[in-house]
Design a protein around this ligand. Structure first.
Ligand code: ASP
Ligand code: MG
Length: 417
């Protein structure tokens, strides 16, 4: 069997959804297939905006209406193409009603991060129902699966940690279904043992695909993107950007770690462990090969330049005229880990510890309750691999360089704008 994952961009309107359905029909019909979908377009951001108003006690209904209209416009476009029917419209209405009822239900609940997961997860529920309906109307043998029934996590809200043992066991129940039917399910969402919805971290649907692939020993997993595959730089910023035909698991994991956003960083490890290749392909040119990621030797001359944006450079200094001790460094890192705050670079001197981390103000203010530190905002981490012969690709004069790290084949810069 195979696993396909479609992200928001591939589902952003009726035409794109029909394209996805075509891919499923043409590339999936003759084999057993599980399809993971993300929320449509930028729905997750839109639901985050609803929640901002919700917490500020502002009127969020207008935002829900915009979101609803976006989805119903797509549904009616699909209806014109005979890919959606009245029954499907009613189902969609029910789902939006459930979203509104949940918003009312949770309002008094104090745990914001927990409520975030209960609400944001609707994006994926809705998109999977739409894709399911269109495929069903094409008479495909099909099952809709609520991924929360099988993906078990702990209660780390917004960044749920998967209980692998339980999840692998749960997914085995899908094997007989897959003998006969294509399964349509959601990325990004899971459930705690207590029955609360969790999310796996923004852009986490790729990771969900990898969980299903590993649990079902898939032949391979395909991530369908709006780019040709994995490129060695962002083509919007660097004209030389070219496609990798092949990458080893390790190479692709490093690229995503340093910020290549084409694959979610958590995706590679489970696939690598299970020896399952990952294909990254364009949903606009599905016949093209894209990038193959698998158990192949690392290249000697891997060249890439990667930018990791929305970073903040923290500076911790000892409170006395003592050197900064290892124990203090350990305490700070333990606190970051407890907050699920990703540490992307560390640099220690006599009287200073610098940490580059994602700019998550709510987490940083919790960290500030325990430690005092300065923050340099609006930073980017630039990572160059094997790039010495490419000259100075990153125009550093645009920003202030806070740190340079130079090895012959590997350079990093923290640049502030
Ligand atoms: N819809 C979620 C997000 O935008 C998950 C995903 O796209 O993978 O973060
Ligand atoms: Mg998305």
């Amino acid at each position: 069997m195979k696993v396909f994952k479609f992200g928001g961009a591939s589902l952003k309107d009726a035409e794109n959804i029909l394209n996805v359905v075509n891919i499923i029909q043409n590339f999936g019909e003759k084999q057993k297939l599980l399809v993971v979908v993300s929320a449509i377009g930028k729905t997750t951001n839109a639901i985050e905006d609803v929640l901002k108003k919700y917490w500020n006690n502002e009127n969020y209904e207008q935002n829900v209406e915009i979101l609803e209209k976006y989805h119903f416009d797509i549904a009616y476009d699909l209806m014109k193409k005979e890919a959606f029917n009245q029954e499907d419209i009613e189902e969609l209405k029910d789902t939006f009603l459930a979203l509104r009822l949940d918003l009312q239900h949770w309002h008094k609940h104090s745990h914001k991060e927990m409520v975030y997961d209960q609400i944001v997860s609707y994006g994926e529920i809705i998109s999977s129902k739409i894709v399911f309906a269109v495929l069903k109307n094409k008479n495909m043998p099909l099952d809709w699966l609520d991924a929360r029934k099988v993906i078990r996590t702990d209660a780390t809200w917004r960044e749920g940690r998967v209980d692998w043992e339980q999840t692998l066991r749960n997914i085995q129940y899908l094997r007989p279904v897959l003998q006969e039917k294509i399964i349509i399910t959601q990325g990004f969402i899971g459930r705690t043992a207590e029955g609360h919805t969790t999310t796996l971290g923004r852009e986490g649907s790729d990771y969900t695909g990898a969980i299903f692939s590993a649990a079902l020993s898939a032949e391979n997993q395909t991530i369908w993107k709006d780019v040709a595959g994995v490129l060695n730089a962002d083509p919007k910023q660097f004209a030389f950007a070219t496609l990798f035909d092949k990458l080893s698991y390790e190479e692709s994991a490093s690229l995503t770690y340093y910020g290549a956003s084409v694959i979610h960083p958590k995706t590679i490890a489970p696939l690598r462990q299970a020896g399952i290749p990952l294909l990254v392909k364009s949903f606009l040119q599905p016949q093209n090969k894209g990038t193959y990621i698998g158990e192949i030797p690392n290249q000697d001359d891997l060249k890439a330049v990667i930018l990791k944006e929305k970073q903040v450079w923290l500076a911790f200094r000892p409170t006395t005229w003592q050197y900064l001790r290892e124990e203090e460094v350990a305490d700070i890192l333990t606190a970051c880990s407890g907050l699920a705050l990703k540490v992307n670079l560390i640099c220690k001197g006599a009287f200073i510890l610098n940490i580059l981390t994602e700019d998550r103000p709510e987490k940083l203010s919790l960290l500030a309750n325990r430690f005092s530190f300065q923050q340099e905002k609006n930073c980017i981490l630039v990572t160059k691999m094997g790039m010495q012969d490419f000259g100075d690709l990153w125009n550093k004069s645009k920003g202030k360089v806070l740190l340079e790290l130079k090895e012959p084949d590997f350079q990093q810069f923290v640049v502030q704008f």
